[in-house]
Design a protein around this ligand. Structure first.
Ligand SMILES: [Zn+2]
Ligand SMILES: [Zn+2]
Length: 119
């Protein structure tokens, strides 16, 4: 599994908005970016922090519904189905967001996960 860089995660998070202030400027606390894959992100405007999960191999292997869900996500660019999960964030208790890559055209985009809406 390829390790995501902090810069890459920060850049891709700019595609979503802070749950509190709607800003899209986030940083990763580099002290938390360790091998276990549980990182901490902070909004650069209101200092709200939230978890970033980067160990997706473990997540996909332990959540049997996830591979099916990934197959059902449509790419906004080529409109074909099927993505790979790069990392996910819990923006708030109710809002989990997947950051995915289209398996066909390699387009990268964020996708709100409804899977955890009922937890
Ligand atoms: Zn904020
Ligand atoms: Zn695509």
């Amino acid at each position: 599994m390829s390790m995501l860089s902090i810069t890459e995660v920060e850049q891709r998070m700019s595609q979503v908005n802070c749950a509190i202030c709607r800003s899209n400027r986030f940083g990763i606390d580099s002290r938390t970016a360790t091998q276990d894959g549980e990182w901490k992100a902070i909004c650069r405007d209101c200092y709200y922090t939230f978890p970033v999960h980067t160990n997706m191999e473990f997540y996909v292997n332990t959540q049997p519904d996830v591979p099916y869900r990934l197959k059902a996500i449509a790419c906004p660019k080529c409109e074909r189905y099927g993505v790979t999960l790069d990392f996910r964030i819990n923006m708030s208790v109710r809002e989990s967001i997947y950051f995915v890559t289209c398996t066909h055209c390699r387009h990268q985009f964020p996708e709100r996960s409804s899977l955890e809406a009922f937890e």
